[in-house]
Ligand binder design. Structure first.
Ligand SMILES: [Zn+2]
Length: 67
């Protein structure tokens, strides 16, 4: 293996706006990356996102399917 073709992988500390920190590997220069959202505070990952149900469509669906 030719080591020269390997990208410059190194560990970087990711710091989210919510305060969450984690270590990942990156080829980007520097040892810290700041992000605005992570898997701890993103609604897609936390599951806190609420279904906007203004006219009872979900309820009707659940009744129809005996849920
Ligand atoms: Zn976060």
């Amino acid at each position: 293996m030719n080591a020269n073709i390997q990208p410059n992988y190194h560990e970087v500390e990711i710091e989210c706006a919510c305060g969450e920190k984690f270590i990942t590997k990156s080829t980007k220069p520097g040892d810290k990356i700041k992000i605005d959202i992570c898997n701890k505070c993103h609604p897609f990952f936390t599951g806190k996102q609420k279904i906007v149900d203004t006219n009872g469509k979900v309820e009707k669906f659940q009744k129809r399917h005996n849920l």
